[in-house]
Design a protein around this ligand. Structure first.
Ligand code: FNR
Length: 395
């Protein structure tokens, strides 16, 4: 791609040209005023770098590990749903590109290709992202429960109804976990910032279609009327479980041997609870500004979370990472690694698998150059003293 994009922003422009407006708005948009969406990017621009000179940077080593798995750089692919809207090869193309860059891909719960298809497209370390579901195993129990719950609703006591709800939810989530384990996924990333879907006004205006979720086919029955307009919210409320709470994390841990990472933590209080709950990692994330608007940009709360966790588990960050310097800043503030969401989708829309590979490589190359110019030959050399927030005095 010699005449291709020279930075991630140009990939976004290419994606905008290539995609129908409805799909571009879906990928690029955020919740309500989109304050958090903008701030995620802009907050990085308020952090300055403090390079050190006369350090031998003839060799730069960006390699690292996460949960014991090697990665060529501290950059992962964040879970983003419905990638076939960006390119017919969707998640398959992303998986191949991530594997070629030795970057871990987190496959979205809401993928268009099934987790089995993605697992068989190439050999690489992959994680699976889970939303805990409120649906139930349609094939086996669906008709029975439908009849029972609807026709005899008035006879069901509250506690028995609650029991059924829990049972339903656990069925689908447990099935997905087993499938992820069977297909070689190495960790489960449980997204915890989405008890309900954030309000994305562009999707409402565009009457956004409901993309297909291959992983749920045959598992969940959706009763909402999904015709004639954006029904993403209605669809989400049929599939997501708003009653999800800390005790469910215990339950998830009890039914899988895979490490569990919580995605969507932005306070020290919740970070401490997550460590107490025995999770294996935390992703500081506000869902790329798509959920609760006016949450702080992730880079501004990273240090708070890192301090609260005090090294007990790795802390990752996503939201607004668009430059190698952004990755460097996140590492300086204590992140073990970062994840990128939209840039990957833009790469996919721009040029399929090749586009995603270019996006990841571009960010890796930018990080490598940043490390050289900042006097940090290895990731371990990047410290808090290499960054300065606003007019903060040097430490
Ligand atoms: C997402 N994100 C997301 N997160 C998740 O846990 N499950 C999902 O299915 C999705 N789907 C999704 C779709 C689209 C189009 C976007 C843009 C985002 C959130 C994603 O994992 C990540 O948190 C953000 O994308 C990170 O912000 P940036 O890199 O997009 O700024």
């Amino acid at each position: 791609m010699e005449d291709g994009p020279v930075n991630l922003r140009e990939f976004q422009e290419l994606a905008k040209r290539n995609l129908p407006k409805m799909y571009y708005d879906y990928f690029s948009g955020g919740a309500e005023d989109q304050f958090t969406l903008r701030e995620n990017v802009e907050a990085f621009q308020r952090i300055m770098l403090r390079p050190r000179i006369l350090v031998d940077v003839s060799k730069i080593d960006m390699s690292t590990t996460l949960l014991g798995y090697n990665m060529s750089s501290p950059i992962l692919v964040a879970p983003t749903g419905s990638q076939q809207l960006a390119h017919p090869q969707g998640e398959l193309a992303t998986a191949r590109a991530a594997a070629a860059c030795n970057a871990i891909m987190v496959l979205s719960f809401a993928s268009n290709y099934s987790l089995e298809d993605v697992a068989s497209t190439c050999n690489a370390v992959r994680f699976y992202q889970l939303y805990v579901c409120s649906g139930f195993l349609n094939k086996l129990f669906g008709p029975l429960f439908d009849t029972f719950c609807l026709r005899f609703h008035c006879f069901i006591t509250c506690s028995f109804e609650q029991f059924l709800q829990v049972f339903k939810r656990r069925d689908v989530s447990a099935t997905l976990l087993q499938r992820a384990e069977r297909n070689g996924y190495k960790a489960i990333v449980v997204t915890v910032d989405t008890p309900r879907l954030g309000r994305r006004e562009a999707d409402e205006k565009n009457k956004m279609i409901i993309p297909r979720n291959s992983n749920l086919e045959g598992l969940i029955s959706v009763d909402a009327d999904l015709t004639g307009g954006s029904k993403l919210e209605a669809y989400a409320s049929e599939t997501l479980d708003p009653s999800l709470s800390w005790k469910d994390i215990e339950w998830l841990k009890s039914i899988t041997k895979l490490p569990i990472i919580l995605k969507g933590i932005i306070t020290a209080e919740d970070a401490r609870k997550a460590v107490d709950a025995g999770v294996s990692g935390i992703v500081v994330s506000n869902h790329g500004g798509r959920q609760l608007d006016y949450t702080p940009p992730t880079i501004s709360v990273l240090e708070e979370v890192v301090k609260a966790v005090s090294g007990a588990v790795p802390v990752l960050l996503d939201g607004g990472v668009r430059r190698g310097t952004d990755v460097f800043k996140a590492l300086a503030l204590g992140a073990k690694a970062v994840m990128i969401g939209r840039p990957v989708v833009y790469g996919l829309a721009a040029n399929g698998e090749h586009g995603v590979r270019s996006v990841i490589k571009m960010l890796q190359n930018e990080l490598e150059l940043t490390m050289a110019l900042a006097g940090c030959p290895t990731l371990r050399d990047i410290t808090r003293n290499h960054v300065m927030i606003n007019h903060e005095r040097p430490r």
